[in-house]
Design a protein around this ligand. Structure first.
Ligand code: ATR
Length: 299
């Protein structure tokens, strides 16, 4: 029986077991998916001995995504292009003793938008990204892959945005050769304009935007609210939040009240999980309304 786990610290509230167990049952596959909360001091040991512990793969969550990337590079494993551009992995599959690392947060973000709003055009205009942490890296890599012509990044700590952009710019050219993902065309835009704006200019940055993405933790349960005025945002602009606790954040509610299209963050979590499941169990799973409802009930 194949056994998979999610490793993180903390990890005990992870929704991943519920997602994967739903698919295992739905597709009649014998397998298991466990939570492996692991102190940072023990992560390297886990990484090196994963197979001995009976796992043929894992998901990796905070704070280990970058460390796992470094270890995988050092140990000669292979990476997908998104992992290379982002510098972090969230999925490992072990095939014939070899580690394969992927960054499916990136593809999860794309699949979520494409399946929720099939008519949305990434190439139609400017994207505004709030935040410059690990999640922002994945979102920016997705947007470059999808051919967004202009990106404005706003982050509380400008230096973090500068460092993030430097890393991505160095690696992003690799996206040009990335293969299509299940019919998602690679429109990689070499001439995409990327700018960093001061955090306090976030209201103005929304003028003429086609897409707004919150990648910060603001608005999450237990965190401060995101303070932003959407008055300048065109009504056609799509607003997404990677926060999914609560499912409808204050940002999404304000956008909805203005009649802007919105997409919540839960879909990204569900779609990122499809990559690992397919790698480990050889079946491409479906993100169904039933799955969404099941997971929403656990939030
Ligand atoms: P993740 O990997 O989930 O993206 P992270 O790397 O800790 O998490 O990034 C969190 C993001 O939320 C960062 O962009 C952070 O801004 P800083 O780079 O200035 O730290 C942003 N963030 C967190 N708390 C914030 C706050 N109170 N106001 C503005 N931005 C905040």
């Amino acid at each position: 029986m194949k056994k998979i786990c999610v490793i993180g610290y903390p990890a005990k509230h992870s929704l991943s077991p519920a997602i994967h167990k739903y698919w295992l049952e739905k597709y009649g596959i014998t397998g298991d998916y466990e939570i492996k909360e692991t102190h940072p001091d023990n992560f390297v040991d886990f990484f090196c001995n994963m197979q001995n512990q009976g796992y043929c793969g894992c998901n990796i969550t905070v704070p280990f995504k970058e460390k796992a990337f470094d270890l995988l590079v050092k140990s000669g494993g292979s990476l997908d292009v998104f992992a290379e551009v982002v510098g972090a992995i969230n999925t490992i599959a072990i095939k014939e003793g070899k580690y394969i690392g992927r960054n499916s947060d990136t593809t999860g973000f794309l699949y979520n938008i494409i399946s929720s709003k099939p008519d949305f055009s990434f190439t139609a205009g400017k994207a505004v990204i709030l935040g410059a942490g690990g999640a922002a890296r994945g979102v920016i890599a997705s947007l470059l892959f999808a051919g967004v012509p202009e990106i404005i990044i706003l982050n509380r700590t400008a230096l973090n945005a500068i460092n993030m952009l430097e890393y991505i710019k160095k690696e992003a050219i690799k996206l040009a050769d990335a293969e299509d993902l299940d019919n998602i065309p690679n429109m990689y835009n070499l001439h995409s304009q990327i700018q960093i704006w001061p955090w306090d200019k976030r209201d103005e940055a929304l003028k003429d935007a086609n897409l707004l993405v919150n990648t910060t933790s603001l608005g999450m349960v237990g965190q401060p609210q995101l303070d932003i005025n959407l008055n300048y945002l065109p009504q056609s602009a799509l607003v997404t939040d990677i926060v999914y606790r609560p499912l409808i954040t204050q940002l999404l509610q304000t956008a909805k009240d203005k009649n802007n299209p919105i997409i919540d963050g839960l879909g990204m979590l569900l779609y990122q999980a499809t990559t690992g499941f397919e790698d480990w169990f050889g079946v491409k799973p479906e993100v169904t309304p039933e799955l969404r409802n099941k997971i929403t009930a656990l939030l």
